[in-house]
Design a protein around this ligand. Sequence first.
Ligand SMILES: C[S@@+](CC[C@H](N)C(=O)[O-])C[C@H]1O[C@@H](n2cnc3c(N)ncnc32)[C@H](O)[C@@H]1O
Ligand SMILES: Nc1nc2[nH]cc(C(=O)O)c2c(=O)[nH]1
Ligand code: SF4
Ligand SMILES: [Mg+2]
Length: 235
Amino acid sequence: MGLRIAEIFGPTIQGEGVLIGEPTVFVRAGGCDYRCSWCDSLHAVDSAYRHSWIPMSDEEVWGEVTRLSGGRPITVSLSGGNPAIQDFGPMIEMGRAEGYRFACETQGSVARPWFGRLDTLVLSPKPPSSGETVDWDAFAACVAAGRGARQVVMKIVIFDQRDYDWAKDAHARHPELPLYLQPGNPEVDPDVPVDPQSLADRLLWLTETATADHWFAPRILPQLHVLLWGNKRGV
Ligand SMILES: C[S@@+](CC[C@H](N)C(=O)[O-])C[C@H]1O[C@@H](n2cnc3c(N)ncnc32)[C@H](O)[C@@H]1O
Ligand SMILES: Nc1nc2[nH]cc(C(=O)O)c2c(=O)[nH]1
Ligand code: SF4
Ligand SMILES: [Mg+2]
């Protein structure tokens, strides 16, 4: 069984959420069951880019990860697209045997047995601004599938007050999951430079909204890689 891969890159640092700052190699799967209005990775989602997704065997993907990491075991971050629509189980076992750790970012729409073999499962349910609707039964199945993982966390992107209010409800559904919030980046075209001041303004708004509200459950973080590299791909 092969994998459809949009890109493999690194080493870089994890720019978001619980593992922010951690050295990592990214494996970005091609294909997604969602199409969020503000997706920053459309080249791994939109079927217009399908021709650029490379069919690779588990061994080929693993070979590229070991080449990029210089054979030194680090954290491998599976992202996409939705990596959960493919079977990363065999590759995870290959990597674990060599001492690598695995994290996976997914929206929580499809559960996989291999979630339980991860170190970190990041479930990122989508707020109203995305245009998608969360199936909370499917999401709960993802939480259950991740029971064997070292940690399972929730990460929510916030664009506006409606998303913020929605995030409080999402947390109330799964108070057992440590919660991370990040402001949405409205400019996702790799050819358009990001405006650092507008990102800082969004982070400030989110921070002040939560503190004024005395909502202390979430950790609030920027997308560090966007601050460093803008919307450049492969970093
Ligand atoms: C590109 S997605 C791929 C993994 C999976 N499909 C998911 O959404 O969790 C990785 C992370 O980037 C976040 N993200 C996507 N577009 C964004 C944007 N414009 N601003 C901030 N975060 C964004 C997603 O919410 C998710 O947490
Ligand atoms: N450095 C870096 N950190 C990230 N965290 C989540 C990313 C993603 O697109 O899934 C991402 C990414 O593309 N690059
Ligand atoms: S679920 Fe993730 S990859 Fe898919 S469209 Fe939304 S943000 Fe993009
Ligand atoms: Mg990204």
